[in-house]
Design a binder for this molecule. Structure first.
Ligand code: NAP
Length: 325
């Protein structure tokens, strides 16, 4: 069997992920030179067979991102209560006996990152925007952490109603005031990824090759969201941080953002999202998506390595090229 020292992030597409840079910086900080974390581009139709082969290929664990989080939970042999309640897993651990364990570190990662918001009430009211996978994790986490009320708004109201029913939250037809606003929609991504060049991503992993990321032609940090549209990922520049369109898609105006003293945006990019621009202009306490990424990644790292994650090192690596200031 291959020596077990490999980690990675499974997604489709995944070349833009900052997780490889963040985790490799952490491994380097501990001198864990025989460990390596790489991007694992895997399309949906190859996900299950690829994941089942990872343990034997030397993988200790893998993060999971869009669109595989539900499939990751479904194929695991064991899952934490959190992952089951949320219905999605972002962290898989491959046991020496071939079993796969599923965990969700998005939820505790969000709660850990909220610790940066000085003055946030111990039992805040919260409004979650979105009804996808990350919204489920956020609603579950906020309730577990003791939020006094959690409301959910979504562009497609039926999805908010379903999520609220399943997780004992409250669906609202328009954003309402709350202590804390958490954006779990993809609104604010400056460069929406329209689709990868599947032939190339498939060559990297779909044929069951577990090669090194650089060998597979997948750079640890792929094309940036703000690159001009060309090449293997087509990016459409949707809006800039100064445009109100992004806020409107969240059912909010610039002035309404001022009704939330604390604002978290899960979307990450190299500059600030429209929501965080507005929130900061109103003097709100804010947490951006890179802090959430670091918080969930640190918990995954600790699960796999048994060491306390070097969060500052991971943050610096995740924020390289960051001008969100
Ligand atoms: P998802 O399951 O695909 O859900 C997407 C959500 O965004 C849905 O609620 C969808 O509403 C909404 N949405 C999409 N386009 C919209 C638009 N134009 N106007 C209004 N609402 C829109 O995705 P997810 O996994 O929850 O992730 C959501 C975002 O969080 C992504 O940008 C992801 O990168 C980010 N994220 C970041 C981290 C981190 O570590 N920082 C972790 C997880 C996720 P409908 O139901 O109406 O389609």
């Amino acid at each position: 069997m291959t020596e077990r020292r490999r980690l990675g992030v499974l997604g489709w597409p995944v070349a833009h992920s900052r997780s490889p840079a963040m985790h490799n910086a952490a491994l380097q900080a501990f001198g864990m030179e025989d460990w390596r974390y790489q991007a694992l581009p895997v399309p949906e139709e190859l996900f299950a067979e690829t994941v089942r082969a990872l343990g034997a290929a030397g993988f200790v664990g893998a993060n999971v991102t869009i669109p595989h989080k539900q499939a990751a939970l479904a194929l695991a042999d064991r899952a934490s209560d959190a992952a089951r309640a949320i219905g999605a897993a972002n962290t898989l651990t491959f046991g020496p006996d071939g079993t796969i364990a599923a965990e969700n570190t998005d939820a505790p990662g969000l709660i850990a990152a909220l610790g940066q918001l000085a003055g946030l009430p111990a039992k805040p009211s919260a409004l979650v925007l979105g009804a996808g996978g990350s919204a489920r994790a956020a609603v579950w986490a906020l309730k577990e952490a003791g939020a006094r009320e959690v409301s959910v708004w979504n562009r497609t109201p039926e999805r908010a109603t379903k999520l609220a029913r399943e997780l004992a939250a409250r669906a609202v037809s328009a954003p309402e005031r709350a202590d804390l606003l958490v954006n779990c929609t993809s609104v604010g991504l400056i460069g929406k990824i329209e689709g990868p060049d599947r032939s190339r991503e498939t060559r990297a992993f779909g044929a069951g090759r577990f090669g090194d990321a650089s060998e597979a032609g997948v750079s640890p940090i792929g094309p940036r969201f703000d690159q001009p549209a060309s090449g293997r990922l087509r990016h459409s520049l949707e809006r800039s941080a100064s445009e109100p369109a992004g806020l409107n898609q969240l059912g909010l105006t610039f002035d309404q953002v001022g009704e939330y003293p604390y604002v978290v945006d899960l979307v990450y990019r190299s500059d600030r999202t429209p929501l965080l621009v507005a929130a900061r202009a109103h003097g709100a306490g804010t947490v951006d998506g890179l802090e959430i990424l670091v918080a969930q990644g640190a918990l995954s790292f600790e699960l796999w390595t048994g060491r306390e994650a070097p969060r500052d090192v991971m943050r610096r690596a995740a924020r390289a090229d960051d001008d969100s200031g």
